[in-house]
Design a protein around this ligand. Sequence first.
Ligand code: ATP
Length: 386
Amino acid sequence: MSTPTQQQVMDALATVNDPEIKRPITELGMVDSVEVADDGSVAVHVLLTVAGCPLKDTINRDVTAAVTKVPGVASVDLTLGVMTAEQRAGLKEILSDGRAQREIPFAQPGSLTKVYAIASGKGGVGKSSVTVNLALSLAAQGLRVGVVDADIYGHSVPAMLGVADTRPTQVDDLIMPVPTPSGVSVISIGMLKPRRDQVVAWRGPMLDRALVQMLADVYWGDLDALLLDLPPGTGDVAISLGQHLPSAEVIVVTTPQEAAAEVAERAGTMASMMHQRVIGVVENMSYLPCPHCPPEDDHRLEVFGSGGGARVAQTLSERFGYDVPLLAQVPLDISLREGGDVGKPIVEADPTAPAARELTKIATTLSGRGRGLAGMQLGLTPSSKF
Ligand SMILES: Nc1ncnc2c1ncn2[C@@H]1O[C@H](COP(=O)(O)OP(=O)(O)OP(=O)(O)O)[C@@H](O)[C@H]1O
């Protein structure tokens, strides 16, 4: 077999994406040198963005696999180095695409990324569970999905996505979102703290800065959908988000319980006051399928009562003068909780479970609305009453 050319090896390397940046390593200036010997042995030197890059094993594996596939390659000797400060500055330049720093790409008029904020009136109703399962369902449809965990009280999203202890890589002041096993990228307010166990006791301006940092200083690339897990209630983060991303569409999560529904209505109204459109309500913990009854009876135990989701949807529809549908009623399911605990969300771990099907239904409804500018809020202020 003939000796492979250097171009063939470069073409193979162009198929390898940096796992965090999700662009070919050849475009990012990461391939420092390629040498091909007459006997078909290939030496490749790849530069990592930072020393101790957590994903160097993935890069090692992907580069070796891609080059090995080139006809005539007898062996691959891959060595890894680290970019100099100058090379990193060049990379940052490539990634910023000429965009000014601290500009939120999703807030630009031509942005095609759909931004969904997941809100709730009170804590513990399943907002984070809905966020991660929705993210995975959208990704399973082939969409590029990012998740921002802006829940200062909970920040449970990274653990639910299986990357609890991962810190994001930073190229100077540009932060790389953390890739997860399911293909979605995540950044969490918890990742911005020096220590994971540190309590966030930030006031409005600090929270605003953290939110902007997660939106503007993170290299998200070209996303189809960005999901934001908001803290419960109508606090500072919701106000900041409304100011920075009025085009975000809001999904309100509630339980069937009267008390939860009432505060959920307030969270929805708050979003509307910030000129955001509320696109639907998810009722979580709707019922417990009776564990002792035959499945065909479809006997349901209404642990938290009933009707909360429908009530929020109806109230918000009347209040805003447009249809706010009830998107799903997700039952209580032990495997949903377990999936969250072990970092394997139910839509992936047990996709045929009724809870998983309801969560997938939300993604189907959302993606049916299409990518792009259609359906975006026009910035008109609806009349609002608490
Ligand atoms: N349908 C469900 N069935 C069983 N367990 C659930 C269900 N929904 C959520 N849970 C569990 O309830 C707990 C709270 O859920 P989750 O963290 O998603 O709520 P949250 O509204 O985001 O809470 P917080 O505001 O405190 O972050 C988690 O342990 C989660 O696994």
